[in-house]
Design a protein around this ligand. Structure first.
Ligand SMILES: Cc1ncc(COP(=O)(O)O)c(C=O)c1O
Length: 388
């Protein structure tokens, strides 16, 4: 008899991935779809990074590396954290190269939480935090973040969900799905909350470089008293258009890293050796291609904001980071899931229903496709039957 573990009952197949599968089936049947569902940069990995990967292969860098990652990459990461974020980490003992931030999230929860420990996760949220907490036997606790406060978490909401089992707080900036960049005041408040209640903080900073309107990315680990309790996660997927390379990193106090590395050691062993050598060059080479990509994403962001503002009944927080718009559709539909089906069938547009009231659009598609997509959305919403 085939049996699966009980814990899998609380771990559904990723909703975003499920939509993608459905879209693929429609495409295979001959219906072209415009993709606004997946947060994957449509840019190619910059040439100088690919060249470094070719070189690594030619040089025979094809073996297991240190569990922590190759020393030159850990050095490059430590330099980057110092240069860009004013954070000091020892590359020998305080950095682990991971298979993307996704692995970092799971390793953090597995290594630092006991069964039954509670993790505060501001909501709307990226589902991996919930699932990783559950895989670790911990309990994720959603803390609602409100449109009326521009999706900045408020201390009173965090306090309201706190109890003796609360052990960790998740901080994400810039945010997915909202695109909101947390302000210095918000981060300071979250840091004080974590210190007052002796919590660990898992900071997901994967969208650090995708930031607009002169907003500044601030690491929560920088606030007084935070370095020893913060696990900073970052990577190359979004900043360097390297989603498929599976490369990220954890930076944390040595006392935490000695536990984190053992999860990594017995699961992934080490990140892909070729990707690691390419990662050194990604961090140390010219960042011109990163700037060019962000400039283009910004141009698309402005287009999407402008077009969405012209559709009656839709509201959304102004995205200042990442590559998403989190749209409240309650002014046009009773159910965002049904609306998503309608948009897919009628307008051949794929979006993600985040909950009953919201959809998420990713502007990681070409300017022309975005223009077409939003015109189609406007058109199909204007002729939508009332029952949706
Ligand atoms: C907030 C957030 N964290 C982490 C990830 C996963 O990143 P990686 O490709 O480094 O595993 C994503 C991917 O979309 C994300 O949106």
């Amino acid at each position: 008899m085939t049996q699966i573990a009980e814990r899998m009952n609380s771990i559904p197949f990723s909703g975003i991935r499920a939509i993608l599968e459905r879209v693929k089936r429609m495409e295979q049947a001959g219906t072209p779809i415009i993709h606004l569902e997946i947060g994957c940069p449509d840019f190619d990995t910059p040439e100088y990074i690919k060249t470094a990967a070719h070189r690594a292969l030619d040089e025979g860098q094809v073996y297991y590396t240190s569990n922590y990652g190759i020393p030159p990459l850990r050095e490059a990461i430590a330099n980057k954290l110092k240069r860009d974020n004013q954070l000091e980490f020892d590359p020998q003992t305080e950095i682990i190269v991971t298979a993307g931030v996704s692995e970092g999230i799971l390793a953090t929860m597995m290594a630092l939480l006991n069964p039954g420990d509670e993790v505060l996760v501001p909501e709307p949220l990226f589902p991996a935090y919930l699932m990783a907490a559950r895989m670790a036997g911990a309990v994720p606790v959603a803390v609602p973040v409100h449109a009326s406060n521009e999706y900045q978490p408020v201390r009173a909401d965090l306090e309201a969900r706190l109890n003796s089992k609360t052990r960790m707080l998740v901080v994400v900036t810039p945010g997915n799905p909202t695109g909101v960049v947390l302000s210095e005041a918000t981060l300071k408040g979250m840091a004080e909350f974590a210190i007052d209640h002796d919590l660990l903080v898992m900071a997901d900073e994967i969208y650090e470089k995708l930031i607009y309107e002169d907003r500044e990315h601030i690491c929560i680990a920088r606030f007084p008293g935070m370095r020893s309790r913060t696990i900073t996660l970052n990577g190359f997927s979004k900043s360097h258009a390297m989603t498929g390379w599976r490369l990220g990193y954890i930076a944390a106090d040595a006392a935490l890293v000695q536990a984190l590395v053992r999860i990594h050691q017995y699961s992934v062993v080490c990140s892909n050796s070729i990707a690691q050598w390419a990662g050194v060059v990604a961090l140390e080479g010219s960042q011109q291609s990163v700037h060019a990509m962000v400039e283009e994403l910004d141009r698309r962001r402005m287009l999407v904001i402008d077009k969405l503002q012209q559709i009656p009944g839709l509201t959304f927080p102004r995205p200042q980071g990442a590559m998403y718009v989190y749209v409240d559709v309650s002014g046009v539909a009773n159910d965002a899931y049904e609306l998503t089906d309608y948009l897919l069938e009628q307008a051949h547009l794929a979006v993600v229903p985040w909950n009953k009231q919201h959809i998420r659009l990713a502007y990681s598609n070409s300017y022309d496709n975005l223009e077409l997509a939003l015109d189609r959305m406007k058109q199909s919403l204007s002729t939508m039957p009332a029952s949706r």
